[in-house]
Design a protein around this ligand. Structure first.
Ligand code: DX5
Ligand code: ZN
Length: 229
């Protein structure tokens, strides 16, 4: 079982002080920085690109940067983000002409590869590449905006994804993204996720350390429920 990772989404950070925000949330105990890239094409919103990722590296950020590409096409952004210092790069299958080739490109460029499934996308979309994934991301909101409510049916999908990854014996991380908070993260951990993205629930609070700690405790509680069940 992978150790749990908490991945704050900087989509909810104060962009005017982004470097400082990233350092604060890492000091507060976060494991990974989740970097939501939106292109006003694959999703109806526009966020930030590789220059911002490179700027965070230049600012001294050494923690893994987990780039979630909600863009179409994907190839050029994969190359640009690999060059900009991304650690993980996750794509959506609908945005790629050939998912296997895109995953291969991410890995050839020395990054870890992820595949993201929207709430309505079936798990079998990942089947052909499961063994080559470092991360399977299940969206628990429709991609495009932060601050939405967690879709409860995600829990069952997380359980099914956990079973599928275990059956195949792959160590890929199982990430859940959207609407997570200290109040629901125990259930998500109990269902079998190990990587937890939270934007507004962390950056919307005054004390990041308290929130990250509350999330970590809830995750531990969820993991013990899972171990017991
Ligand atoms: C949605 C993004 C999420 C989102 C998470 O398209 O992928 O990462 O920003 O934000 P919260 O935690 O506010 O739902
Ligand atoms: Zn995301």
């Amino acid at each position: 079982m992978n150790p749990p990772f908490i991945a704050p989404s900087i989509l909810a950070a104060d962009f005017a002080r982004l470097g400082e925000e990233v350092c604060s949330v890492l000091e507060a105990g976060a494991d990974v920085i989740h970097f939501d890239v939106m292109d006003n094409h694959y999703v109806p919103n526009l966020s930030f690109g590789p220059l911002v990722c490179a700027a965070l590296r230049e600012h001294g950020v050494t923690a893994p940067i987990d780039v979630h590409l909600m863009v179409q096409p994907v190839e050029r952004m994969i190359r640009d983000f690999a060059r900009a210092g991304a650690s993980w790069i996750t794509i959506h299958p609908e945005a790629s002409e050939n998912v296997g080739d895109s995953i291969g490109l991410v890995r050839d460029l020395g990054c870890r590869a992820g595949l993201a499934l929207n709430p309505g996308s079936p798990l079998h979309l990942a089947d052909g590449v499961l063994e080559r994934l470092d991360l399977l991301l299940l969206m628990s909101v429709e991609p495009g905006f932060g601050g939405q409510e967690f879709i409860p049916s995600t829990l069952d999908k997380v359980r099914r994804a956990r079973a599928r990854l275990d059956e195949r014996g792959t160590p890929a991380r199982l990430q859940v993204d959207g609407g997570l908070s200290p109040d629901n993260v125990a259930d998500v951990a109990a269902a079998g996720a190990d990587t937890f993205v939270a934007g507004s629930a962390i950056f919307g609070t005054k004390n990041y350390r308290d929130t990250v700690t509350a999330m970590r405790r809830a995750i531990e509680q969820g993991n013990s429920t899972r171990a017991a069940g």
